[in-house]
Design a protein around this ligand. Structure first.
Ligand code: URA
Length: 240
């Protein structure tokens, strides 16, 4: 029988250190640095927005066993002040390879879903319940979800979206703290700490079950209506 238990040896410890280093270098690259000069960057790091400080806190994360198999932490991307936040389940192989959320096949569909409600990926913020790829794309396990969700909660607090779209069962059930099936949760807004939350099907599910795209489209139209309502009231507030 295959033994999948992770064993820590000097070799794996060195590997983990190199992975952490690579996370930090990737973080610096995303912040636009093309070299390292500690003094200057220390001043800059203190001025980082809360969302970037949170990203930095996660760099090199080894808080759960998903860290053992990942290539990149997939923190999230998009407008840090987005009205709409889309939350998936966890990175897949493509996302793990490049460190960006929803860039594989299901990401292509998600991009089209966003465009279908007259928005661009840059307008919204996209992330997932867990930030590291579960092996063989299995569902994230309860201990992994429990370890990662405090960071998601803080991410939501930084972005302060007015609407959240939970993509799929794991995202919807985790955020709403329920075991109700996604088919019963979708189709109406729920309350997530004062934020309107619309559960809908995960794009990967929709690729396998295209007959349910019609239902997802209904959910997205509710999101679009709410988005337009929020935008109108924000514009009215700005003009008073
Ligand atoms: N599925 C998710 O839930 N998140 C990703 O980033 C990619 C696929």
């Amino acid at each position: 029988m295959q033994n999948n238990k992770y064993v820590e040896t000097p070799g794996t410890q060195i590997f983990q250190i190199l992975m952490q280093l690579s996370d930090y270098l990737e973080l610096y690259r995303q912040w636009g640095f093309d070299g390292i000069s500690c003094k200057k960057e220390f001043q800059t790091l203190q001025d980082l927005p809360a969302l970037e400080k949170l990203r930095a806190e996660l760099a090199g994360c080894q808080r759960c066993k998903l860290s053992h198999g990942r290539t990149h932490i997939v923190f999230g991307e998009g407008n840090p002040q987005a009205t709409l936040m889309l939350i998936g389940e966890g990175p897949g192989a493509d996302e793990d390879r490049l460190g960006r959320p929803f860039i594989g096949k299901s990401g292509e569909l998600l991009t089209r879903m966003i465009q279908a409600i007259n928005l661009r990926r840059e307008d919204v913020y996209i992330t997932s319940i867990v930030k590291c790829r579960p092996p063989q794309n299995r569902d994230p396990e309860p201990d992994e979800i429990a370890t990662c969700t405090p960071f998601l909660r803080r991410q939501i607090e930084c972005i302060q979206p007015r609407i959240i779209c939970a993509l799929g069962r794991v995202a919807a059930q985790t955020l709403l703290e329920t075991t109700t099936p996604i088919s019963q949760l979708r189709g109406r807004f729920h309350d997530y700490h004062g934020i309107k939350l619309m559960p809908t099907f995960h794009p990967a599910y929709l690729l396998r079950n295209p007959q349910d795209k019609r239902l997802a489209w209904e959910d997205l139209q509710c999101v679009q209506q709410e988005y337009e309502k929020v935008n109108k009231s924000l514009t009215a507030e700005e003009n008073t």
